[in-house]
Write a protein that binds this ligand. Sequence first.
Ligand code: SAH
Length: 292
Amino acid sequence: MGQVRYFARGGKQVTQALYERLDAAFADEGWPIAHIEIDEDADLHEASVYFEGEGDADAQTLDAAFAPLEPTREDLPDIDWMAQVLADLKPVRAGRFLVHGAHDRDKVRPHDLSIEIEAGQAFGTGHHGTTAGCLSMIEEVVRRRRPVNALDLGTGSAVLAIAIAKLARVPVLATDIDPVATLVARENIRANGQHNFVRAETAKGFDGPAFAAYAPFSLIVANILARPLMMLAPQMARQLAPGGDLVLSGILAKQRDAVLAAYRVQGLFHRKTLRRDEWVTLHLTRNDRPLD
Ligand code: SAH
């Protein structure tokens, strides 16, 4: 028996509210709920709920959750639908980088720095505003000042570590608290031919033996979340080389000032903020000497 999906499309506010109603009605029972952007310029978004097979969707609950919208029903064939979702992911362009799945190799143009990532196993396909923001910021920062080494803390799929290695061709340490992410990161690093530059290790924050072999870092990128980033501020400052560059993301726009304050106390100066959706990516430096 295949899957059934019910969905509705509309402006972001409408679908976000629908997503929340679906979440309240179905998430506790374990049915997957999704909210995706179809076309940002046209403000077209889509919220869905997926059921396993016939009879699982109680029509009344479903209609109540969708109201005032009408759900559209779609029968999904009995296939590896996760793989299907991945096949549908479009390549993401951020500066010179093109992050794409294996099915989109033909989209790579001669001057692209391509990063091939199979989505689904670890966070970091480039589709999230924070990853794309980091890729753009990395390109700007590295173009201005090539690092001698780098750290990608919270590497997920290793997308950012691979980006740095491809751009700067310097040793990169990629760490993640989640051992599954580390395994996925290693696969992606190898698949992208960056295993001579990038090493992936499991570590929580800066706890672990791997850091000593690299530190201090002339570039650190960390796309985690505002709270852990604020807690890690003292260690970030310690592990960053004088004059080093720090790129932080996973921060909501409204959390920006609090994060900057935590880093300011550690002697790190704000250089630039990039905003994508409700997320910001920050560039900070270790000292306040002017950038050329
Ligand atoms: N760098 C990728 C993935 C970001 S998702 C990208 O930009 O797309 C954030 C990742 O950080 C997750 O894989 C999560 O497991 C990891 N993470 C969260 N807190 C961490 C911590 N304290 N130390 C190390 N990794 C952490």
